[in-house]
Ligand binder design. Sequence first.
Ligand code: GAL
Length: 425
Amino acid sequence: MNRRGSLLLAVAAAALFAASNARAQEKLEIFSWWAGDEGPALKALIDLYSAQNPKVQVINSTVTGGSGVNARAVLKTRMLGGDPPDSFQVHAGQELIGTWVVANRMEDLSGLFKSEGWNQVFPPGLLGLLSARGGVWSVPVNIHRSNVMWYVPANLKKWGVTPPKTWDEFLVTCKTLQQKGVQHPLALGENWTTVHLWESVALGVLGPDDWAGLWSGKLKFTDPKAVAVWNTFGKVLACTNPDASGLSWQQATDRVLKGGAAFNVMGDWAAGYMTTTLKLKPGEGFGWAPSPGTSGVFMMLSDSFGLPKGAKHRDAAMKWLKLLGSKEGQDTFNPLKGSIAARLDSDLTKYNAYLQSAAKDWKSNKVVGSLAHGAVAPESFSSQFGTVMEIFTSGNNAQAAASAAQAIADQVGLGAATPAAPGRG
Ligand code: GAL
């Protein structure tokens, strides 16, 4: 064979080797909305997975957009189109149960929970949220708190105000701040953050029992107590920035940090952003308090991952789920994410001062579930709640918003899908 021939042969052999190698390499595609600023905690978990499973190539598919607003739509197309990722992020509770579990598209993970001993290490209330129809449907990686009000201690001192303890007190503080030149004391972001704010106002006005009553069907949205939520909400909205719809939740947080606003109500992923991305010290660079009127109540949500039927790399996905539920996995992910472990045996020394305080509240507070983040209502309800919000913001008509919410609740049979009390149990 001449030189050219042997060179061609070598090239062909190398190509063949590369192709068979690629075929032999196992893959894992995980799907979430933890992109950009939201990514570091997930990356730490993926790094841990890769160290444990060096042969698996992890494909980290993300669709940007806080609270999964865009990711859920992409996931829907993929699930319905028969192209599921191997594992995907979903809020524990009705968000998964009411969609892919009822559609029979998820694998039951009861066996995994049993073999990993998870029925003993996750709180019973959380297990209840993950369970339905005789199965357990996703692995929780964390507990986030929705009802937190963030601020900068030095700025509040400068303005001579303190974190308000009720929404009425907030409205007084709002006026005081406006007189001091802070035109829009409460920073607000894009649409879903309006629903996030609403749930804190509703919890503060109604209290935990009536809040839970909305989701069990015990309290109608048209009950005068529930209508009153919208009246307060309208006044609270008047304290927010008019450019809200153009801001991500991070940008709304930035506005508080830069002194353009005094407060922001956001879940504690904001703590993750402020500590992990911005390197601020809890208690110094930022402060926190339960959102007004919700002291002693922990509005929870949990990020979890499930296993869709037909996952192309099922074995790799099972290993991913095992890592997610493990103590090492949770204590790697959560200190960076701004959440606490879902497990009861996590090592709190790895967590910062904010997270230690959240862990304490999670143990001692009354626990309720979040609407904006999938715990208490199925997607058929929550995806239409934006319309209720539009009805309200277009005319400030509390009664109209309340009737619309009740009509949707009736349409989707809200009370019938009541989750077990979410919490620690
Ligand atoms: C929540 C999610 C958090 C965080 C947040 C902002 O729904 O549970 O982990 O990602 O959205 O995107």
